[in-house]
Ligand binder design. Structure first.
Ligand code: MTE
Length: 436
């Protein structure tokens, strides 16, 4: 049953049945409908077509008539589903410097394919020969150690699914009087999630022996930026890994091949790529990237330093910026939520700009410090709407409104933005980023 005239209001028994389960203003329908309960024959409110004839009567397409291509050594996406990172033009002044974003609005689930993991490089991607690369562990240790890539491969490993978010992510939404017209990936795509496999840093520190008085580690990359960051020793011992694999294959050059320090839940900048040196110290090093950058400017002109965990946050990825709803009827509102302080406990959705809220269905297997997908059915009948999501984490932190976030900082601050995202839907179905 297709609703062929998209300008006709949806009027049917199914609609009336669905609206009985409306849980918040402007057509949000109970998540019960996503739990295997009947959608009250809601097919007519989606797009299904009634089968005209028996399935056996379908004409055989060309690809069913002859063998396809041979197996290949390394797979690639279908030519009909070419999804790309959102990458700017190369930086002419400072070659290799810049970022590409994950197209969050084109993906489903929570794992980012390696080819679409966002990138942020301060001096490009070095082409490292693993046979020549070394990791040195020194400073306040009983026994300084040097590891080759081969050495590290021999250590016991762990695999964990973690998000990675640049602290500059979503910064565009912190600025200006009006919101920039952009997609969910364009605004929030300095965010990805992968299964990282590697050696616990605590295993290597055990072997080196932490000397009395050591309370920090400082880590440096082998790229031309020599990016360095300081991490308190208790975090280093708790869950930091030297990541060697990303979603099962050797970590990609863009993500730090042959090895990166992965610091779960904390701003992406501390996860030093192309890791070559870890030094134990009794204080932070105050590297460039923890003084002149990656600090949050406050209204009084002072800066917050070492605000490591990423705040609780969510974003609706569909419907989202620059999409157009081409039909009226039932839609799924879906998106991603995450927190650097634990797991996601709750995501609420509003379709009326925050006047009323309903609980979304969130993944049953929520993981700590990983992306969580949420969903809620929405009956859109052509009225204007403002879609928002608000996440709460296991530590009880609630995602702030944009206004509450902005009030905490100087107008110049772009780091650690986690305000609520608002997508306005026009009567024509066009979806746009707005400040609500
Ligand atoms: N490590 C080194 N050595 N050099 C870099 O430029 N960029 C940092 C961090 N680690 C960077 C680095 C920043 S700002 C971020 S957000 C993350 O790596 C990005 O990781 P990704 O490119 O794997 O997404």
């Amino acid at each position: 049953m297709q609703n062929n005239n998209k300008n006709e209001p949806v009027g049917s028994e199914e609609r009336i049945a669905l609206l009985k389960d409306q849980v918040a203003g402007n057509g949000l329908i109970s998540r019960r409908h996503l739990l295997g309960l009947s959608l009250a024959g809601a097919g007519g409110l989606v797009t299904s077509s009634v089968l005209a004839a028996d399935a056996g009567m379908l004409p055989r397409p060309a690809w069913s008539m002859a063998p396809g291509r041979d197996p290949s050594e390394y797979g690639s996406p279908s030519s009909h589903a070419q999804i790309k990172r959102l990458a700017p033009a190369p930086n002419a002044i400072s070659p290799g410097t810049g970022a590409s974003r994950t197209p969050l609005h084109l993906l489903q689930g929570t794992i980012t394919p390696n080819s679409l993991h966002f990138e942020r490089h301060h001096a490009g991607v070095p082409d490292i020969d693993p046979a020549q690369h070394r990791l040195v562990l020194h400073g306040m240790v009983r026994q300084p150690l040097e590891f080759s890539y081969e050495d590290l491969l021999a250590y016991p490993m762990v695999s964990r699914v973690y998000f990675l978010e640049c602290s500059g992510n979503s910064g565009a939404n912190s600025a200006g009087a009006s919101a920039s017209d952009n997609s969910a990936g364009g605004l929030h795509g300095l965010l990805s999630c992968a299964e990282w496999t590697g050696v616990r840093l605590s295993t290597l520190l055990d072997e080196a022996g932490v000397a009395p008085g050591a309370s920090w580690i400082t880590a440096t990359g082998a790229d031309a930026a020599s990016l360095g960051r300081s991490v308190p020793l208790d975090k280093a011992l708790r869950d930091v890994i030297i990541a060697l694999y990303q979603n099962g294959e050797p970590i990609r050059p863009e993500q730090g091949y042959p090895m990166r320090m992965f610091v779960p839940g904390w701003e992406g900048n501390v996860s030093v790529k192309w890791l070559t040196q870890i030094k134990l110290t009794d204080g932070p090093a105050n590297f460039r990237d923890e003084t002149s950058r990656y600090t949050e400017l406050l209204p009084d002109g002072k800066s917050l330093q070492f605000t490591y965990p990423m705040g609780v946050k969510s974003v609706i990825t569909s419907p989202s910026g620059q999409m157009t709803l081409t039909r009226r009827g039932l839609h799924e509102v879906t998106g991603l939520a995450w927190s650097g302080s634990g797991s996601i406990r709750r995501v609420e959705i509003s379709a009326d700009g925050g006047r009323t809220w309903a609980d979304a269905l969130i993944d049953a297997d929520q993981r700590e410090l990983a992306l969580t997908r949420f969903r809620l059915p929405w009956l859109w009948e052509g009225a204007e709407a403002v879609l928002q999501s608000r996440a709460t984490d296991s530590a009880g932190n609630v995602q702030p409104s944009r206004a509450a976030w902005v009030a905490q900082y100087s107008p110049a601050n772009r780091y650690h933005y986690n305000g609520i995202q608002s997508w306005a839907v026009s009567a024509q179905g066009e979806v746009k980023n707005v400040y609500a």
